[in-house]
Write a protein that binds this ligand. Structure first.
Ligand code: CO8
Length: 258
C-alpha cells in the first residue's frame, strides 16, 4: 500500500477509509493533504472491490480549513498560477460514494471538503462554518456554491457573511448534515452506512451518484432525461436481474458489480 504523509488509509471489507492526520494543525488542508487525499481516493475509485469511501478526521477536527500559514504570503497571481488546491476537483469527481464522517471543526476548506462528499454524517460535536470572511477573503473551494445549494441563500449568506459557526443540530436542520449521531458512535455509524452502500450494485451506485450530481447543475427536463437513460441502461446489468430475482425469491441479492 502507498505511503502517505498526511493521511491514514485502510481498507475494511469493501470500504476504503481515509483519515486526515495532521493533528498539530487540526487537519488544516495544505498542498500535501490535497495530494494525498486525491491519490488515495483515486486508488479506491479504480478498485472494483471498493463500493464506498469514508473520509474522516479526528475527534477535535474534521479539518479546520485550508492551511492559512501556507497561503498567507501568496499574491493573487501566485494563487492563480499555482492553481492552489485545484486538484480537489478530482476528489469531488470520484465515482464511488463518499461519506464524510465529521466530528469537531469542519471550517472553511474543511466544510467545503465535507460538501464534496455525498453524505455528511455529523457527530453531535461537529461545528460547521465558512469563516474566511474573518481572514479578509471568501470561500475558495466551492463553499459559496455548494453551501447555498445545500442550505439555501439566506442560511448560506448568514454563515458566509458573518463567519459564524453552526452546531450539528443546526446543520441537520438546515440540510447540510445528512444525520447527527453521538460522537462516540460516529465511526461505527459511518462504517455501518458505508457497508450498507458498498453491498449494493456498483453500476447502480455509480449511476445514482451521477444523476444526483447532475441534478445540482441541470434544468429539470435535462435531469429527467439523464435519469431515464441511466435507469434504462441498468436493465442491461446482471445485477438488475439478480436484484429483481432476489426480490421475487424473497432472498438477499448477491450483487457482482456487473
Ligand atoms: N491553518 C493552519 N493552521 C491551523 C488552522 C488553519 N486553518 N486551524 C488551526 N490551525 C493550527 C493553529 O495555528 C494551532 O497551531 P499552533 O499550535 O502551532 O499555533 C493549532 O492548529 C491548534 O489550533 P488553535 O490553537 O487555534 O486551537 P483552538 O482550539 O484554540 O481553536 C479553531 C480552534 C477555532 C478551529 C481555530 O484554530 C481557528 O479558528 N482556525 C482557523 C479556522 C479558519 O479560519 N478556517 C478557514 C481557513 S481559510 C480556508 O479554508 C479557505 C479555503 C479555500 C482555499 C481555496 C484555495 C484556492
Amino acid at each position: 500500500m502507498t505511503e502517505y504523509e498526511t493521511i491514514l488509509v485502510e481498507t475494511r471489507g469493501r470500504v476504503g477509509w481515509i483519515t486526515l492526520n495532521r493533528p498539530e494543525a487540526l487537519n488544516a488542508l495544505n498542498t500535501q493533504v490535497c495530494r494525498d487525499v486525491v491519490a488515495a481516493s483515486s486508488a479506491f475509485d479504480d478498485d472494483r472491490e471498493i463500493g464506498a469511501i469514508v473520509l474522516t478526521g479526528s475527534d477535535r477536527a474534521f479539518a479546520a480549513g485550508a492551511d492559512i500559514k501556507e497561503m498567507e504570503a501568496k499574491s493573487g497571481l501566485d494563487m492563480i498560477m499555482d492553481d492552489h488546491f485545484g486538484d480537489w476537483s478530482d476528489f469531488a469527481a470520484v465515482r464511488t460514494p463518499v461519506i464524510a464522517a465529521v466530528a469537531g471543526y469542519a471550517l472553511g476548506g474543511g466544510c467545503e471538503l465535507a460538501m464534496m462528499c455525498d453524505i455528511i454524517l455529523a457527530a453531535d460535536s461537529a461545528k460547521f462554518g465558512q469563516p474566511e470572511i474573518n481572514l479578509g477573503v471568501i470561500p475558495g473551494m466551492g463553499g459559496s456554491q455548494r453551501l447555498l445549494r445545500a442550505v439555501g441563500y439566506y442560511k448560506a449568506a448568514d454563515l458566509i457573511l458573518s463567519g459564524r459557526m453552526m452546531d450539528a443540530a443546526e446543520a441537520e436542520r438546515s440540510g447540510l448534515a445528512s444525520r447527527v449521531v453521538p460522537a462516540a458512535d460516529l465511526l461505527d455509524e459511518a462504517g455501518a452506512l458505508a457497508d450498507t452502500i458498498a453491498g449494493k450494485s456498483l453500476p447502480a451506485l455509480y449511476g445514482a451518484k451521477a444523476v444526483l450530481d447532475a441534478a445540482l447543475e441541470t434544468p429539470l427536463a435535462e435531469g429527467l432525461r439523464l435519469e431515464k437513460h441511466v435507469f434504462t441502461s441498468l436493465f442491461d446489468t446482471e445485477d438488475q436481474k439478480e436484484g429483481m430475482a432476489a426480490f421475487r425469491e424473497k432472498r438477499t441479492p448477491d450483487f457482482r458489480g456487473r
